[in-house]
Design a protein around this ligand. Structure first.
Ligand code: PMP
Length: 290
């Protein structure tokens, strides 16, 4: 059975949810997006996702044709209308329909759509036993070329990193900056635990400012675990006590191997596991009801 999609002001059946071949989102990846989760009929960190969506749009000088408040209401309505208790919500705003040139001024009105569907998590085994990740051959976009805080529709850099992961036979790959610092994975932020403290790369190295990343830092703070954003070279990861990834879809997932190096004793670490349990509890109790 098809779902209901919010598209440019109306709810339409998924088979009718189509956009123009002249949409600059299609022609150039000119647009922004968010991936949001709902748990137990509550949308997790809705305000943070809306703030990032509008900041991303501003970063590419894209005018979203709806207020933040109305956009939030439409997101809630989309999950509700599809009667989903737990959902993955994809929110997309493209530059809209233009001509075959790049000029964004030719696109008079942004295209907006919201899809609410089922979630696709990593198989449960990976949460229990941890993930092996590759080191991508592809370097992360330079932050002076594309601001990593902008969650744009142009994901080719990440997709090339994902292809590196697939070729290495892993689920994910770590992406390094052009000058060799650890940035993030293709669709997740990365953390290590060292001396009982959390360390994660700052956005300036080439990482998205993750909403899950921030939630984990807050949770750690409540447990008295220190966390800092710090530049790291790959060697610092190899000697970490623990390593894990964070993301809206993945939540918190342990990493036990990077390239051919085993992390810690090769098992998910105790701090990672404790944070994961706390995070799951948070998702069930926090969030905007629908
Ligand atoms: N980095 C990248 C490149 C991503 O696409 C994502 C997923 N949106 C993340 C990090 C994790 O961010 P968040 O926790 O906000 O989902």
């Amino acid at each position: 059975m098809g779902s209901k999609i919010f598209l440019n002001g109306n709810f339409v059946n998924s088979e009718d949810a189509v956009i123009s071949v002249f949409d600059h989102g299609v022609l150039y990846g000119d647009g922004v997006f968010e991936g949001i989760r709902s748990y137990n009929r509550r949308v997790f960190r809705l305000k943070e996702h809306l703030d990032r969506l509008y900041a991303s749009a501003e970063g590419i000088k894209l005018q979203i044709p709806m207020s933040k408040k109305d956009f939030g209401a439409k997101i809630l309505e989309t999950v509700k209308i599809n009667d989903l208790n737990d959902a993955y919500i994809r929110v997309v705003v493209t530059r809209g329909i233009g001509d075959l040139g790049l000029d964004p001024r030719k696109c008079k009105i942004a295209t907006v759509f919201i899809i609410a569907g089922k979630i696709a998590l990593y198989p449960a085994d990976y949460y229990r036993n941890g993930l092996a990740i590759a080191i991508a051959k592809t370097k992360r976009n330079h932050p002076d070329s594309i601001n990593p805080k902008i969650k744009s529709l142009n994901y080719i850099n990440n997709i090339l990193g994902k292809i590196d992961a697939i070729e290495a036979g892993t689920q994910e790959a770590l992406m390094l900056s052009i000058d060799g610092y650890v940035a993030e994975c293709t669709g997740d932020n990365i953390f290590i635990v060292r001396g009982g403290k959390l360390i994660t790369p700052p956005s300036e190295v080439g990482a998205l400012e993750g909403i899950t990343q921030k939630a984990v830092i807050e949770l750690a703070g409540k447990k008295g675990i220190l966390a800092e954003y710090k530049r790291m070279l790959i060697d610092e990861l190899f000697t970490a006590e623990e390593c894990f990834l964070t993301g809206t879809a993945a939540e918190i997932i342990p990493v036990v191997k990077i390239g051919d190096k085993v992390i810690g004793d090769g098992n998910p670490g105790s701090i990672t596991q404790a944070l994961r349990e706390q995070f799951i509890e948070l998702t069930l109790n926090e969030g905007v009801e629908y």
